[in-house]
Design a protein around this ligand. Structure first.
Ligand SMILES: NC(=O)c1ccc[n+]([C@@H]2O[C@H](COP(=O)([O-])OP(=O)(O)OC[C@H]3O[C@@H](n4cnc5c(N)ncnc54)[C@H](OP(=O)(O)O)[C@@H]3O)[C@@H](O)[C@H]2O)c1
Length: 308
């Protein structure tokens, strides 16, 4: 993406408000693709591109270190995105998110997802309370059990918090292929609204069982590590974009990687993390325009496989 295109699209995106972002041709504002939350009783949906905060939002209180993150969020909201994922495991990330969302006046439109990451009922409740205060929200949209830690205990807490109206949806997370079968077992044992796990064009294991399972059982899916923490970019460092990229409106590898993920019918939202506004703008474009069909997805995966 060249500088002119980036600045142009940011300006258009910022001026178009929450309803949509600039088209890559710079002409029409359009709406980002939305996905229904399967557990919603009123047809609630979320935009397919969300944002993670691990590492990227773990900064101190200084205005200089927070300014680039505020820009990231301005671009994010201007494109109509709204789901942000954090965790008490991510240092200051919940607090930085809460502060910046408040400064931008976006509390009511943000879909706040965070996690509980401790053992024991009382420690869990205390941590959830701290997360709500850090994120400056009286109610969390989604509370997930981080890495399935003490999940039986927290499942009971989450049920209670849901019935008290403190959280809207409950979920579980993990980030490795080795944990996929455990996630599936947990989903079979207990009803959760969402599951968050790793899936990318380079690591497609979730296609075997977890994604179909979630689709069949009406479980919303958040995808973490879509770029494998940036490692996918290294794999394609010396490669030009493949010819098919143009067909699906992708101007970068990031968009190819994200469109591959969000075009899977079980995926509700993908949560790439970035500390740079231009990368956020790049990533958001994957929520617009044509999506690859099953045949093209197969081609995309094979083509990527050949980059080893
Ligand atoms: N167990 C769990 O629950 C769990 C585990 C892992 C992750 N997660 C969640 O999932 C989120 C995403 O995963 P992740 O943070 O591990 O990794 P990721 O999103 O796969 O990759 C993030 C890396 O990609 C780079 N990047 C982002 N956009 C880019 C672009 N357009 N072009 C080039 N580089 C780009 C970022 O660098 P720049 O800052 O320079 O853009 C960063 O180094 C996390 O933040 C977290 O919220 C949850």
């Amino acid at each position: 993406m060249n500088r002119r295109y980036f600045l142009g699209t940011i300006a258009m995106a910022l001026s178009s408000g929450a309803a949509g972002a600039a088209a890559p041709d710079g002409k029409q504002p359009r709406a980002m693709v939305q996905r229904k939350i399967p557990a919603s009783t009123n047809g609630e949906s979320v935009p397919v591109i969300g944002m993670g905060t691990w590492n990227t939002f773990d900064v101190g209180g200084g205005a200089t270190e927070r300014a680039p993150l505020k820009k990231v969020l301005e671009v994010f909201y201007a494109a109509g995105a709204r789901l942000i994922d954090s965790s008490p495991m991510y240092g200051n990330a919940e607090g930085v998110t809460g502060d910046l969302v408040q400064q931008l006046g976006k509390q009511s439109s943000t879909f706040f997802a965070t996690k509980v990451w401790t053992s024991g009922r009382d420690k869990g409740l205390a941590q959830i309370d701290r997360s709500m205060r850090a994120m400056k929200t009286p109610r969390l949209d989604l509370l997930q059990i981080h890495n399935l830690l003490d999940w039986r205990t927290h499942a009971a807490t989450l049920r209670q918090l849901k019935s008290d109206g403190k959280i809207r949806y409950a979920g579980v997370t993990h980030y490795t292929v080795g944990a996929h079968s455990e996630i599936e077992s947990v989903l079979r044992a207990e009803r959760f609204d969402f599951a968050q796990f790793n899936y990318s064009i380079g690591t497609r294991a979730a296609e075997q069982r977890l994604l179909p399972y979630c689709q069949e059982h009406g479980i919303g899916v958040l995808i973490n590590r879509p770029f494998e923490e940036g490692a996918l970019f290294t794999r394609v460092r010396d490669r030009k974009l493949p010819g098919y990229a143009k067909e699906i409106g992708c101007a970068s590898w990031a968009q190819v990687f994200l469109k591959y993920i969000v075009s899977h019918p079980a995926v509700t939202c993908v949560i790439p993390a970035t500390s740079r506004a231009e990368h956020m703008q790049d990533n958001l474009q994957a929520g617009f325009g044509p999506m690859p069909d099953a045949a093209l997805r197969e081609r995309m995966a094979k083509d990527f496989e050949s980059s080893r």
